[in-house]
Ligand binder design. Structure first.
Ligand code: TXE
Length: 498
């Protein structure tokens, strides 16, 4: 990354800096109120630095910058936008190592995951939408017999707000920003205050790629301050939000009376369904990933495992044995499979589920306690945990725990399975392991969710619609759905004379 940034006249590099500034109108700046939050390293509890804690004044500055940049950006050619977005993707790729290191420090995720999956995906988000915008088309309808033709313009919305969470920081931040920019909008974006630094580094990469000042503005700070100000600002036309369901409900309540466009990607409590005819080894191996990847802090994790009763005892024993072999360790170590939870608060929240287990509902088969990593005793580690559940209504099977925790339950037949799988407020994704094609279709149609994976998990094609139903969200992102969200369709009807 360039070391040409200046702050208060002092040259600085955002990677080495312990201060995370706002990025407004193409420049790093401190928050108007000079208020700062602490950025804690979850791997050892030490202080990484301070983060701008912005208010509505900072959001106002960002909106002014974005509004000034809007008309030039929305009138730039698709080729110009595509070239700049593609360059941002290239620069992310060139800086994978430093971005992955910072991402891992901020979030506690294993460095290998950041390096090989998440930062590359952030680059793909830009590359994908750089291409997608050149293929984005609209419809026309000839009103035959009425001498008229209708066509649909897809115009940029203007200034839009993107608010993202801490679990996949740069990956989800760019998943929103790239389509918003590609469609010709200017953006006010807020990353989570728990994982602010890779988002901040993106500002510098955008400058290097030639993104005009003001097109992307990054406002750092708490959800209740900066986030709330983004929701409320009259000039921000749309909100794309990913986060917890409770916060999503609040976002909807604030935004609905203002008639902003709204996309919500919220929590999940996804069933992972194992039939006896599955490819057993693949199902077991993938279940380890879908249960514990990123310490279970992925909305798509298969946190409720339903196993056909004929193989229940065997799968249970094998899963517990494999789980017990996972290495809880410092995120910077390549051999670590389970890193640290993102924060002390989240760590305590996950542990509280273990303390409150009613023995009539469930019993812990492995894990269920803090992990110990020598030399890093103040870090927020939790052992990967498998719990056998007797009652589908218990909290463990109803609430999103968002940690390295899965529950097991047997099922006898499809009818019973579907009833249990759907008996939650969430509806994000489902995974089904079976070789029976008819069954895959029957179940896929009946399970209430937005994404179904058959004999795989989290295999993503960025062209597909992504999102959930019920309390898992409203709307779809991904592919052309995202470009549709970030544009206003306007029908134009032209009458002509024969
Ligand atoms: O996320 P929040 P939290 C789930 C998971 C987790 C729970 C709570 O179960 O335990 O949510 O996590 C911003 N106005 N997921 O509280 O609050 C906030 O600053 C505007 C699932 O840490 O939802 C951050 O940028 N913005 C999820 C973003 O919202 C506000 C990923 C998300 O934080 C705001 C993360 C406000 N009033 C947690 N309050 C997923 N779907 O993957 C907060 N924010």
């Amino acid at each position: 990354l360039s070391s040409k940034l200046t702050f208060n006249g002092v040259s600085m590099n955002p990677v080495n800096s312990t201060t995370t500034f706002n990025f407004i109108n193409g420049k790093y700046c401190d928050p108007v109120g000079e208020d700062w939050l602490e950025n804690i390293n979850p791997a050892d509890g030490t202080l990484l630095g301070r983060i701008a804690n912005s208010t509505e004044q900072d959001v106002e500055h960002a909106v002014i910058a974005a509004s000034n940049a809007q008309s030039n950006w929305s009138e730039s050619t698709l080729e110009q936008r595509s070239r700049i977005l593609s360059k941002i993707g290239d620069l992310i790729e060139e800086n994978i190592e430093s971005l992955a290191t910072i991402e891992s420090e901020d979030s506690g995720k294993p460095i290998g995951r950041a390096r090989t999956i998440e930062i590359p995906r952030a680059a793909s988000n830009f590359h994908f939408f750089a291409n997608a915008i050149t293929q984005f088309s609209s419809e026309s309808h000839e009103s035959v017999g009425q001498n008229a033709i209708n066509f649909t313009l897809r115009q940029p919305l203007g200034v839009v707000g993107c608010i993202s969470p801490w679990n996949l920081p740069l990956y989800l931040f760019t998943w929103k920003i790239a389509p918003a920019l590609a469609a010709g909008n200017c953006v006010i974006a807020k990353p989570s205050e728990l994982t602010p630094r890779t988002a901040s580094m993106l500002g510098d990469l955008c400058n290097q790629a030639g993104l005009p000042a003001g097109v992307l503005n990054i406002v750092q700070g708490a959800g209740t301050g900066a986030g709330q100000a983004i929701l409320e600002h009259e000039k921000i036309k749309a909100i794309s939000f990913t986060g917890g369901t409770a916060t999503g409900e609040h976002v909807a309540r604030v935004v609905a009376p203002k008639f902003k466009k709204l996309s919500l990607e919220l929590g999940g409590k996804n069933p992972n369904i194992i039939f006896s005819d599955c490819n057993y080894e693949r199902a077991l191996e993938t279940t380890i990933h879908s249960s514990f990847a990123n310490q279970g802090q992925i909305c798509l994790c298969g946190s409720r495992i339903f196993i056909e009763s004929s193989i229940y005892e065997k799968f249970k024993a094998d899963l517990v044995a494999r789980t017990s072999q996972l290495t809880v360790g410092h995120p910077s170590k390549t051999e670590t499979s389970i890193g640290a939870m993102v924060s002390g608060d989240h760590y305590r929240k996950v542990l509280s589920y273990f303390e409150q287990i009613d023995p009539a509902d469930a019993s812990i088969l492995c894990g269920g306690k803090p992990g110990t990593v020598e030399g890093h005793e103040q870090g927020f580690y939790i052992e990967p945990t498998v719990i056998e559940v007797q009652n589908n209504q218990c909290r463990l099977n109803q609430e999103e725990i968002f940690g390295p925790v899965v529950t097991l339950m047997p099922f006898e037949n499809e009818e019973e399975l579907i009833a249990m799988a759907n008996d939650v407020k969430y509806g994000l994704s489902a995974t089904i392991w079976t070789k029976d094609l008819d069954r895959t279709m029957r179940l896929s149609k009946k399970i209430e969710c937005g994404v179904v994976w058959i004999n795989t998990w989290l295999m993503r094609d960025l062209r597909t619609p992504f999102g959930g139903m019920k309390d898992s969200g409203v709307g779809r992102e991904g592919g052309l759905e995202a470009l549709r969200f970030f544009t206003e369709p306007k029908n134009i009807c032209i009458a002509f004379e024969n």
